[in-house]
Design a protein around this ligand. Sequence first.
Ligand SMILES: [Ca+2]
Length: 343
Amino acid sequence: MQWNGLDYAYALLKLSSALNQSPVANRQSPEFWRHIAEGITVCAIQQQAAVNHPDGNYPDSVSLTYRYQPNDKGIIGPHGIVRNLWLLRDPHDDAWGYETVIVKTEPAIRITSDAIVERAEFRDGELEFLLRAPKGIANSQTVIACVTKPEQVFADDKPVAFRYDHRRKFVLLQLSHETEAVKVRVVGVQPTSYESLGVVWERPVWEFNIDDDPDDWTPVNDLAPFEVKGGILRTRSTGGDPYMHGPPIRVDATKFRTLVLRLRVQFPAGAQPIGQVFWVREDDPNWSESKSIRFPLPTDGQWHELRIDLTQSPEWKGTITQLRLDPGSGAGIVVELDYVRLE
Ligand SMILES: [Ca+2]
């Protein structure tokens, strides 16, 4: 399934609609063509690949954070799918204009939405565009990428809430649509560059000092919620084996020899206050018990800075490419991290 298949399905939907209005009898019914178009669209949905998958069709959102050339293989926007789904829902909801809109700034601001973006313009620190949603759609979601944090966002001249990702420099906007087209004004904003996906952290230091930004750490197992507020990453174990992954790094094990954590932990009865740090290396990228160190966690419910000597393991060598942190074992452990770093 490629974009041209989706364009073909789109054309079949238009054909189906035209046949519905045609007085001339046809060999195939409108439903026949519609059925084929639906099959192609469903096929495309099922072939969409996840981020980092090397083949198949990437969602457009990749283009927001991942630098690629327009002619790179395998990067196909989902707009073909979305516009077909619109037409399948209602033959009047023609979303041919659905795509990522690039505003001509330096660097370019990119607007992606499940509504149609029209008349996007940037002038004097203000981005303005129209969001047109199809009939019956009450809410839309929009990503405005490559921008600094706006001072305010207005929808039809009313201030609205938005979320901002400091690291990847994009605004997330959820709007309710009372009218067909909503005028969006993003005020006090400038175009800016964003970091690519899978970015390697230059320094192995994570402070958790930006609200809602976990410094690219991810709650891989048994941890929820996973929130950053007021300089602290807070999380809680929801099962027996909680752990989190750090982002990619490239660290010389002979230069960085100590894991430093400032944390506060609360253990429920029955949980084990033994922490564990795992790592992977350039020459050995698989997680294993042999590349880990256990350490006692403080059980007094107070803040402590822990310093863990990583050179006690003979496997701490070469180039370290990622860390994993296990904050004890058991459900209901409340973990607060002020910072994590290698020294
Ligand atoms: Ca902090």
